[in-house]
Design a protein around this ligand. Sequence first.
Ligand code: C5P
Length: 226
Amino acid sequence: MAEVILALDVESADAARRLLDRLPDLRWAKVGSVLMTRGGAPLLAELRERGLQVFLDLKWHDIPHTVAGAVAAAAAQGIAMATIHTLGGAAMMRAAQAAAGPVGLVGVTVLTSHDAEGYGAATGRDGVELLPEVSRLAAAAAAAGLRGVVCSPAEVDVVRGQLPRGAWLVVPGIRRAADAAGDQVRIAAPRETAARGATHLVVGRPILHASDPAAVLAEFIAEAAA
Ligand code: C5P
């Protein structure tokens, strides 16, 4: 059983409102840096007033004091989940977790836009393999006390093995058999991903671009609950 989170990747706060008006069964909404920059904190408050759990996906990576301050601000606004980069280091993750209160902090490991060569170049190492790196960073997130980790469908098994029981495993790249992959390279179905241990499935375009978004959302929720 996993929760379905709608990625609100829309061009404006008004577009988000119009979509949400059509989705009374939605429980979770993800706000990323584009919509946050457009709609800001008032939109977050509005989502809460609509009864939604808000996932604030701003992928913080800064000095510990600053990240802790941002996390505290999220806690004050009733945010349910937020992302930080595990590459920010143990001190940053611990400071963030200390400020989190009820916010479930989840760690981003290796961005899926990296290939091994690009990641190796960015971190100054030769011969890096990505899956062991994801595993190492997921273990670091768990050691720092984070609530969980974000990972791709290809990483679910290795990350599940690094996290304590009950930890959150938040997975984007979810598609039904009939959906277009879009630019997602590694995709997986909701039922299979939930069965492998994901606790939250992030879905955007299959719902955002549907002619009947409520019907598609209902299908994702039913599959994730099976
Ligand atoms: O439209 P789609 O279902 O591909 O949206 C997935 C959401 O998850 C987007 O908001 C995207 O930015 C996010 N995401 C992702 N892959 C990652 C991390 C986040 O697709 N590795």
